[in-house]
Design a protein around this ligand. Sequence first.
Ligand code: IMP
Length: 440
Amino acid sequence: MPISIVIGSQWGDEGKGKVVDLLSQEQFDIVARYQGGANAGHTIVWENDDGTEDEFVLHLVPSGIFHEGVTCVIGNGVVLDPKAVLDEIEKIQQLGFDVEDRLKISHNAHLIMPYHKAIEEAREKERASNTDDDEIGTTGRGIGPAYTDKFARTGIRVVDLLDRDVLRRKLTRAIEAKNQVLKNVYGAEGLDVDRIIDEYVQFDQQIDPYVTDTSEYLNNALDDGRRILAEGAQGSLLDVDFGSYPYVTSSHPTAGGCCTGLGVPPTAVNRVIGIAKAYCTRVGNGPFPTELHNEAGEQLRKVGAEFGATTGRPRRCGWLDLVALRYTCMVNGFNELTVTKLDVLSGFDELKVCVAYRYDGKEAQRFPSEAQTLERVEPVYETLPGWDEDITDVRHFADLPVEAQDYLAFIAEELGVEISMISNGPRRTQIITDMDRTPA
Ligand code: IMP
């Protein structure tokens, strides 16, 4: 049975968590996260029987965990903060969900350690104080330094947590080396070796029940005909190769990351679902051609509650960028798109959509991912009529205001990709899957 992938098509925060939660309820047996770490914040909102609402922000555990029949996998491509994942597991268990039998963590995933966060903080401070440089605006979760160690072949992996002697040896060496860097390169405080070791050796028994060879598990599941949904974190425009480097994350949210991050063959993937917000947001620094520094931007931030789910930072807001979306459609090969937060656009007289960029005196359709060029492009907009109606209770495409239907039709036509689902509110029920344009 083939694999489907859910991928953010912009700069993250597209609403992937809600889509994965919904899809996994009906269509999948396994949800497998393939990259990133606790920098992600996947928000799930549900309505209780008494009409009250609950919300949970998942950082590491895949977004299928709230459905009892679904097994969740944290793949080898994820960088795992053991403390963060154990805290998250505890909170999910407190809500009454079984996690122990339903969560599997790759023995090969690399660990995030306190020194990764300390080095990231020191690096960001240094960049901020350097006039030729700019901090990335990272989430402070140690992601970049952990992937650096992975590729430098000095990382510590989940499997190492299970052997106290090995862990003690590797950690001692690593902390001593990182303390040299912290003190001598950044002039920062070193970390207490014994305190970290005492804390981390305790994790072996807690993490042990979850650890397995997840690549083997997933490939066996494929042989058994089980349905797998691969869950990406962040967004394609933050990909370390395809995003606006260096203002990117240190992993591959794009489709290719699924195969290396889970150990599954590309021939097993047959559906790639792009998630696109009906407008654009970005957190952290880096070029953002359609960013709005005006009332419209404020309205998007306010109505869309655009504040980071992990860091609480206000998100930068702007109009939908089809040049960027065409590029991420190309890189990922989306077969379909889910458009989220369409309800946030209610109340605008008109909506702008960026259809081309102007740079070097010419109009171009190409997305220049290199930050230097992207910084100076000027968006070319098409203006479409807006709508006033509150659409949060609409459940069929045909019941949307005609302007909203036209807005979506314009996006689909420009991108040449079908829109298969629309999200029009944070709750699970606020979703449109009946895409028939003819009224019933
Ligand atoms: P890092 O992933 O913490 O290293 O941060 C690198 C860049 O990616 C920063 O601009 C972050 O704001 C951004 N970023 C990381 N994770 C997310 C996410 O889940 N949503 C949106 N932006 C993210």
